[in-house]
Design a binder for this molecule. Structure first.
Ligand code: AMP
Length: 184
């Protein structure tokens, strides 16, 4: 059973790797960023509430994202495992997730930290060209990552759930390291 949480700064390649690995393991890839972008496109109440935060590179309020993740993990396909990409992003979300997994009897999760140096991350983000990838928004997203999300590395390290993978390699090398890491 594979239950994986992907950590790493924006631009670390989380989305690409999470998708590849989810395909390989035949389990759903659950990206909170993707769900929010779809909600925004469809102009659902959730999308409308989330838009201003996303446009500024800020985090959408915990409660909105937590409800979204709970709903998603309750779907039948999540019973066979999953890869979470972009959640949790705060210590509060991590505590929520821990309780949720207990409630749903979906424990046994591992956490992968995709480690990429800062300068590489900025270069990659500037090349990506997503609508929320302007330089100012990128800078803000990195600040938010450092203050809100990076503490999760210690949070999960302290709980002995953390696996660190070097994300500063070719796509194929990172994928190979990830497959090894989850197999062991
Ligand atoms: P991502 O595609 O993961 O980079 O997410 C894009 C944007 O969606 C982020 O900059 C946040 O505004 C929002 N977002 C995604 N996941 C979360 C989360 N777990 N908590 C709060 N905001 C989130």
């Amino acid at each position: 059973m594979t239950r994986l949480i992907f950590l790493g700064p924006p631009g670390a390649g989380k989305g690409t790797q999470a998708k590849t690995l989810a395909n390989h393991c035949d389990i759903p890839h659950i990206s909170t960023g993707d769900i929010l972008r779809q909600a925004l496109k469809d102009q659902t109440p959730l999308g409308i509430k989330a838009q201003s935060y996303m446009d500024r590179g800020e985090l959408v309020p915990d409660q909105l994202v937590e409800e979204m993740v709970e709903e998603r993990l309750c779907k039948p396909d999540a019973k066979s495992g999953w890869i979470l990409d972009g959640f949790p992003r705060t210590v509060k979300q991590a505590a929520f997730l821990g309780e949720l997994l207990q409630k749903l009897e979906q424990q046994g999760e591992k956490v992968v930290n995709l480690d990429v140096p800062d300068d590489i991350v900025v270069d990659r983000l500037l090349q990506r060209g997503r609508s929320d990838d302007t330089e100012e928004v990128i800078r803000r997203r990195l600040e938010v990552y450092r203050s809100e999300t990076a503490p999760l590395i210690d949070y999960y390290g302290d709980r002995h759930l953390l696996i660190t993978v070097n994300g500063n390699q070719s796509l194929e090398e990172v994928t190979a390291d990830l497959k090894n890491a989850i197999a062991s």
